[in-house]
Design a protein around this ligand. Structure first.
Ligand SMILES: NCc1[nH]cc(CCC(=O)O)c1CC(=O)O
Ligand SMILES: [Mg+2]
Length: 329
């Protein structure tokens, strides 16, 4: 073959590299996670997530207008709830005038076309910091799924376009889908966290929402009885297939970088859009190394985001969305 074929011809200049590039990123790829907090005039930086903030509703309004102007058209909402409002059953999650419900309305009023996805899980509302109801050292599956379905209806009523269950209870997609249908929300979509691994990379997120599992007797210290074991691969395909059969419109793999083999396998198996969540710990690692001057922030960010898309992500949930837009100049 050589010298007739020289692979380097296709790398010789930026123009030829652009012409033959297989994977490119665009604003349309991004889903922007936002953290909402109670109060007014509040924009507090999350210590373990440099340049990422908890926003009160007035700042949320400004933020979504800015995102829209930048070409970002979808947000994923999370709320930080006061400790006083937490209990074991996520009662506050169903409050029609709760922070999430008001946040949905705020975004839709500020920017009607902005696609609003909402986090559906008990952890921000749980006095134990778990994604489900705790009883005798266990996380109850079916009872939790019922609450998640009610929560989904509450978000749909407030105007959410998609609900995003992030809890990993078995069968909850079916319970949520059926409940939404029964209540007439036939057009509310479901983005299922299908292959969500029990990962140490969620640390900064749990700081952001003050939602880590609490250290008291008879409460599991981690989420390993519901989130997946990171040593496993086949299970991810089974989980994803089940969620699709139960009615998921979009499926998700989470975290990102350490799980791109899973993303590719699922991409080869299923015919629905795949979202990948580049999680808080992945964001924090890049920010910290860049702050120290050990890595080039933008170069590493673009390499990682491109790798996520190359692996098969149709949607990237990432705290880097605005940083990415900045690199477009
Ligand atoms: N339902 C919990 C939830 N939803 C999204 C994240 C993590 C996101 C991130 O780390 O950026 C978590 C944390 C967890 O499972 O403990
Ligand atoms: Mg499942």
């Amino acid at each position: 073959m050589y010298p007739l074929i020289r692979n380097r011809r296709l790398r010789a200049s930026e123009s030829i590299r652009r012409l033959v590039r297989e994977t490119t990123l665009a604003p349309d790829d991004f889903l922007v996670p936002l953290f909402v907090t109670e109060g007014k005039g509040i924009k507090e930086e999350i210590p373990s997530m440099p340049n990422y903030f908890r926003l009160s509703l007035d700042h949320l309004e400004k933020e979504v207008k800015e995102l829209w102007k930048m070409g970002l058209c979808s947000v994923l909402l999370f709320v930080k709830v006061d400790d006083k409002l937490k209990d074991n059953k996520g009662t506050e999650a169903l409050n029609p005038n709760g922070l999430m419900q008001r946040a949905i309305k705020t975004v839709k009023n500020a920017c009607p076309q902005m696609l609003v996805m909402t986090d559906v899980a008990l952890d921000p509302f749980s006095s134990y910091g778990h994604d489900g109801i705790v009883a005798e050292g266990q996380i109850l599956n079916d009872e939790t799924a019922e609450v998640l379905a009610e929560m989904s209806v509450s978000h749909a009523k407030a105007g959410a376009d998609f609900v995003a269950p992030s809890d990993m209870m078995d069968g909850r997609i079916l319970t949520i889908r059926e409940t939404l249908e029964d209540e007439g929300f036939i057009n509310t979509g479901i983005m299922a966290y299908s292959a969500k691994y029990a990962s140490a990379l969620y640390g900064p997120f749990r700081d952001a929402l003050d939602s880590a599992p609490v250290d008291i007797a008879n409460v599991p210290k981690d989420k390993k009885t519901y989130q997946m074991d990171y040593a496993n691969r086949y299970e991810a395909i089974k989980e994803t297939q089940m969620d699709i059969d139960e009615g998921a419109d979009i499926v998700m793999v989470k975290p990102g970088l350490c799980y791109l083999d899973i993303v590719r396998e699922i991409k080869n198996e299923v015919e629905v859009p795949i979202a990948v969540y580049q999680v808080s710990g992945e964001y924090a690692m890049v920010k910290a190394a860049a702050e120290k001057g050990w890595l080039d922030h933008d170069a590493v960010m673009l390499e990682q985001l491109t790798a996520i898309k190359r692996a098969g992500a149709d949607i990237i949930a990432s705290y880097f969305a605005k940083d990415f837009i900045r690199t477009l100049g």
